[in-house]
Design a protein around this ligand. Structure first.
Ligand SMILES: *Cc1c(COP(=O)(O)O)cnc(C)c1O
Length: 509
C-alpha cells in the first residue's frame, strides 16, 4: 500500500480462505491455548480418529502432519533415497523441487499440456528408477484436475515399489466428476498416498496441519520420520473443531465455488478464456505479460501471484474482492495488450467457449432432473433411420457417447495436423450397439453418473484448448470435414441435447 500510495489492498496471492475463522473454532482455540505449557499429543490421535471416521477407513490408514507439505517431506524422506528419482509435472507446486532437493533425490519433470498435467507423458516417464510420482489434482497454479481414468492408467503402469502421491490440497473445491475418486483407488493400490490439508477450504493455513491417507505400511513409514511434536496442540484442537463444524465450512466453500464460476465467466465475457478451475483460484495464462499484469494489478491494490512468462494465479476471494480484481483486470487489458500474449482463446472465441460451457452446464442440470423422472414408451424413429428406443436405451447411449466421442476429438486435436484427420463411427457401428445393449440394463443412477463424468471431462478439456486447437479439422466418413465446433454440435453437446429432448418426450406428466 505504501509503495503505490493506496489506502486499501487485497491479497489474492496464496489461495487462502478469505473468510474469518469460524467463531466456534476460535472458541475452542482459546480453550486449547490454556494448555500450551504442555507438549501436544505427538501422534495427533484424536484427529486421526476423527478423520478416519469421516473417511470410512481405520485410523491406521491416516497420518497427520505439519501441513501437507510436512507430510510430503516425510514421504520423500521415507521413500526417496539420495539420487533416486522423484517424478512430477512442471509447472506445479513450488514445494516439490524444494523437498526433492532437501532429501537429495533427483527431480524428473514432464511439461504441462492444455494447462494441466499431461498424464500420458507422466506415465511414460516412469522408469525403474522412479521412487515417487507426485500427481497434483487440482494442479497449483493452473487449477485443473486430472481425470480419474488417467490416474488409474498411471497406477496400473507403475511398479508396486513406486509410490504415487496424489496431492489433493484443494479437494473440497473440486466439482468436476471426472476428477480422481481417491477412496475408490486407495483400497486397490497399496502404493497410493493421498495428501489433503486443513490449510485451504478449512481456513487453517496459519496453524499448519494436514493429513495423509494410505495403506497402513505407508502410514507407518511416514510416522517413523515425523519430527517430535510437529503438529502443535492448537492445530489439533482447531482441526477437531473444524471437523465438527463441517457444514458451516461447506457453506463457505459453496460461496467460493459460485464466485469461481462468476469470475471465470466474467473473464471470458471480457474476452479472456481460462483453464477449467477446480480449486479456489483461477489461472490467467498471460504468457510474456504475466509480470506486467501482476504489477499493474498490484498498483490497483490487488496482490496476485506471478509466474513470469507463464501466467498469474489469482485466488478467489470474497465477492467484493473478486469485483475489485475484475475491475483491475479490465483496466489492464488495453494498456498491456493482454490479448497479444494470452495462451488461450481471446475475444469472440473466448465468448464461444463460455457458450459451450454454459450449454454443458445446462445439459448437466437436465440430466439430473431426468434421473428423478419416470419415462414410458418409445422415442420417434431417429431422423432418416428406424431406431426407436425406450428410456433405458436412451440413458445407455447418453452414458457411452461422451467417452467415445471425447477420445475421437482428442485424436483429431492431438494429430495437430493441417490435413483433416479421420474420426468417428456410424450408427451401425458394432461397438456402439453393444455399449447401448450393455448399458440399458444398468440402473439410471449408474448411467447418469457416467454421462455426467463424460460431460465434466469434456468441459474441462474444452477450457484448455488453444485457438489453434479449435481450428483442427476432422473428417467423418459420411458427414465429411468439420472443425471442433462442428464436432461439438454434431457428436457432443448438440448430440446430448438431442437425446435429452427424447427423454423430455418420454417423460410422464
Ligand atoms: C497449498 C498447497 C498445499 C498445502 O500445504 P499445507 O502445508 O497443507 O499448508 C499442498 N499442496 C499444494 C499443491 C498446495 O497448493
Amino acid at each position: 500500500m505504501q509503495e503505490h500510495s493506496l489506502t486499501t489492498a487485497i491479497k489474492l496471492a496464496s489461495n487462502e480462505n478469505p473468510y474469518d475463522p469460524l467463531p466456534s473454532v476460535l472458541a475452542e482455540l482459546a480453550q486449547a491455548s490454556r494448555a500450551i505449557n504442555r507438549y501436544p499429543d505427538h501422534r495427533a490421535t484424536a484427529v486421526r480418529e476423527a478423520l478416519a471416521g469421516r473417511l470410512g477407513v481405520t485410523p491406521a490408514h491416516v497420518a497427520v502432519g505439519c501441513g501437507s507439505v510436512g507430510l510430503l517431506q516425510q514421504l520423500l524422506l521415507a521413500f526417496a533415497d539420495p539420487r533416486e528419482e522423484v517424478l512430477y509435472a512442471w509447472r506445479s507446486f513450488e514445494a516439490y523441487p524444494i523437498y526433492t532437493a532437501i532429501v537429495g533425490a533427483t527431480e524428473v519433470t514432464t511439461p504441462l499440456r492444455f494447462h494441466g498435467l499431461d498424464m500420458a507423458a507422466l506415465t511414460k516417464a516412469v522408469t525403474d528408477r522412479t521412487r515417487v510420482v507426485l500427481v497434483t489434482s487440482p494442479n497449483n497454479p493452473t487449477g485443473t484436475a486430472v481425470r480419474h481414468d488417467d490416474l488409474v492408467t498411471l497406477l496400473e503402469a507403475v511398479p508396486p515399489s513406486t509410490l504415487v502421491v496424489l496431492d489433493e490440497a484443494y479437494h473440497e473445491y473440486v466439482t468436476g466428476l471426472h476428477a480422481p475418486r481417491a477412496m475408490e483407488l486407495l483400497s486397490r493400490h497399496a502404493n497410493l498416498a493421498v495428501l489433503r490439508t486443513f490449510s485451504k477450504a478449512y481456513g487453517l493455513a496459519g496453524l499448519r496441519i494436514g493429513y495423509l491417507m494410505a495403506h497402513p505400511l505407508v502410514v507407518g513409514a511416514v510416522d517413523q520420520v515425523l519430527v517430535p511434536f510437529a503438529v502443535n496442540g492448537m492445530a489439533q484442537a482447531a482441526a477437531l473443531a473444524s471437523l465438527r463444524h463441517d457444514d458451516e465450512l461447506a457453506e463457505r466453500v459453496g460461496d467460493t465455488l459460485a464466485e469461481r464460476r462468476r469470475v471465470q465467466a466474467a473473464l471470458r465475457q471480457l474476452g479472456f478464456s481460462t483453464p477449467d478451475a477446480q480449486a479456489n483460484f483461477v489461472w490467467l495464462p498471460a504468457g510474456e505479460s504475466a509480470a506486467a499484469l501482476t504489477l499493474k494489478l498490484e498498483t490497483l491494490g490487488v496482490v496476485t501471484r506471478p509466474f513470469p512468462d507463464e501466467g498469474v494465479r489469482v485466488t478467489i476471494g470474497t465477492p467484493a474482492e473478486n469485483d475489485r480484481f475484475l475491475d483491475a483486470f479490465e483496466a489492464a487489458v488495453e494498456p498491456l495488450e493482454l490479448a497479444a500474449h494470452w495462451r488461450l482463446p481471446t475475444g469472440r472465441l473466448a465468448g464461444a467457449v463460455q457458450g459451450w460451457i454454459d450449454r454443458i452446464d445446462a445439459a448437466d442440470t437436465r440430466l439430473l432432473a431426468h434421473a428423478g423422472t419416470t419415462h414410458t414408451g418409445l422415442t420417434d424413429p431417429d431422423p432418416g433411420g428406424t431406431e426407436q428406443w425406450d428410456a433405458d436405451q436412451v440413458w445407455a447411449h447418453l452414458a457411452e457417447i461422451g467417452s467415445y466421442w471425447l477420445r475421437e476429438l482428442e485424436q483429431v486435436v492431438d494429430a495437430a495436423s493441417t490435413e483433416p484427420v479421420a474420426f468417428g463411427r456410424v450408427k451401425a457401428n458394432a461397438g456402439r450397439i453393444a455399449a447401448i445393449e450393455e448399458g440399458r440394463h444398468r440402473d439410471v443412477v449408474g448411467n447418469l453418473t457416467l454421462a455426467l463424468r463424460n460431460l465434466h471431462a469434456l468441459r474441462a478439456y474444452l477450457a484448455g484448448l488453444s485457438a489453434s486447437d479449435w481450428r483442427r479439422v476432422g473428417v467423418h466418413q459420411t458427414l465429411g470435414e468439420m472443425e471442433v465446433a462442428g464436432q461439438l454440435q454434431e457428436f457432443h453437446v448438440g448430440h446430448v441435447e438431442q437425446h435429452l429432448d427424447q427423454l423430455d418426450g418420454l417423460a410422464q406428466e
